[in-house]
Design a binder for this molecule. Structure first.
Ligand code: SAH
Length: 368
């Protein structure tokens, strides 16, 4: 829970089940939860006094025990291509970045799940920032709520949020409970009401987390693969030492084999001379061809201090041609918001790295 006010509960922290429990705990009927969720997520109202279907007495009582407080927008930047990036603050010097990417037929909001990241993937700007802490449910769903407000809560307009991806800062499966509550508010019709395929959780490959997710909630899965074999993947995604590719593939196969019609997308950042050789493309075909999946090729986005470079365009095209000839469905992600550092892997926010990353990582792994 967000520690905004130690005595009052922030209702942004509660999914439907928790909201019902909250209303019961103050002696109210659980259906009040539906009314409250609709005010917050359908109407964008956070002021109890405006909730006209609640009695004045209940509104007064709510004011004593609860608050509805989203995080704060510290700044907003608009790219020439329409991409918008917000720096969203949580106090204590911590902030994350949230990005809205408008396309012809959809608008994707990319949100963060942690302040920084403990995984230290070598090609990612967030990894280089270190880790501070997990975000609360309020801080995760609050990003969507704030973006919807800033975009005018347009349900039909051009700048409408149609998809949400947890591809911002952090490893969502290392913040499981808060992330799942936020996912449930994204999916729930009383919340944002997104279909399962429109909510994507991206993971660096935390195998036990993928298994738990499968048992818990129905969303689309994206897996940051970046290499077709273990030795190379370890140099890019250190987590691979703990969960090697074979185990990861098994958990992905399980994820899509369920009764639900689930999908998995593999993300593959193309880095010049590192993982972009035609042989890598052929290995990738052998690895993925039996798994119903999509491949998303991401041109590497440079950031200050990195030793990597983006693959040249002709190599990206050749890579795509090889994997497609091998039967994979592969798209190349268009780089968006480059002029405002809003592209994949460029999100840095503001992280006060309060612990040594490796120590934090060990602690987090023990909790899984
Ligand atoms: N921890 C999760 C969520 C972050 S997603 C995960 O790893 O999936 C961020 C996405 O952007 C991932 O696919 C990541 O691999 C990719 N990415 C990170 N740094 C990048 C960079 N510099 N250029 C392009 N893509 C990058």
């Amino acid at each position: 829970m967000t520690a905004v006010d130690t005595n009052r509960i922030n209702l942004f922290d509660l999914d439907e089940i928790q909201m019902r429990a909250f209303f019961e705990s103050i002696g109210e009927k659980p259906f009040r939860a539906s009314q409250m969720l609709k005010w917050i997520y359908h109407q964008g109202i956070t002021d109890f006094d405006q909730m006209t279907n609640l009695s004045i007495e209940l509104r007064r009582r709510l004011g004593q025990v609860a608050i509805i407080e989203p995080p704060r927008v510290l700044s907003e930047q608009l790219s020439i291509d329409g991409t918008t990036k917000w720096l969203i603050g949580f106090g204590g010097g911590n902030a994350v970045e949230t990005v809205f990417i408008p396309e012809t037929n959809r608008g994707t909001l990319c949100i963060s799940s942690q302040v920084g990241c403990a995984l230290n993937c070598t090609f990612c700007a967030t990894g280089a920032q270190g880790f501070n802490r997990n975000l609360s449910t309020a801080e995760i769903i609050g990003q969507v709520w704030l973006a919807a407000q800033a975009l005018g809560h347009e349900r039909n307009g051009k700048r409408r949020i149609t998809n949400v991806v947890l591809m911002g800062m952090g490893e969502p499966l290392l913040n499981f409970d808060a992330v799942v509550a936020a996912l449930s508010l994204l999916r729930n019709d009383l919340g944002f009401g997104f279909a399962a395929k429109r909510v994507t959780l991206s993971t660096a490959g935390l195998v036990p987390g993928i298994e738990r997710l499968r048992e818990t909630i129905d969303v689309a899965l994206a897996v940051s693969l970046h290499a077709p074999e273990d030795a190379l993947r370890e140099t890019l995604v250190p987590l691979n030492r703990k969960y090697p590719i074979a185990e990861l593939m098994k958990s992905c196969a399980d994820y899509v084999s369920d009764k639900h019609k689930r999908t998995v997308t593999f993300e593959y950042t193309l880095i010049d001379g590192v993982n972009d050789h035609p042989d890598h493309a052929r290995q990738l075909v052998r690895l993925l061809r039996r798994l119903p999946s999509k491949l998303n090729l991401i041109p590497f986005n440079p950031f200050p201090g990195t030793r990597y470079r983006c693959s040249p365009e002709h190599r990206i095209r050749e890579f795509q041609e090889i994997v497609m000839a091998g039967g994979l469905i592969a798209t190349v992600r268009k780089t968006r918001g480059n002029d405002i550092d809003a592209a994949c892997g460029q999100l840095a926010g503001k992280v006060l790295d309060r612990t040594r990353r490796s120590q934090m990582f060990r602690e987090q792994m023990q909790r899984i």
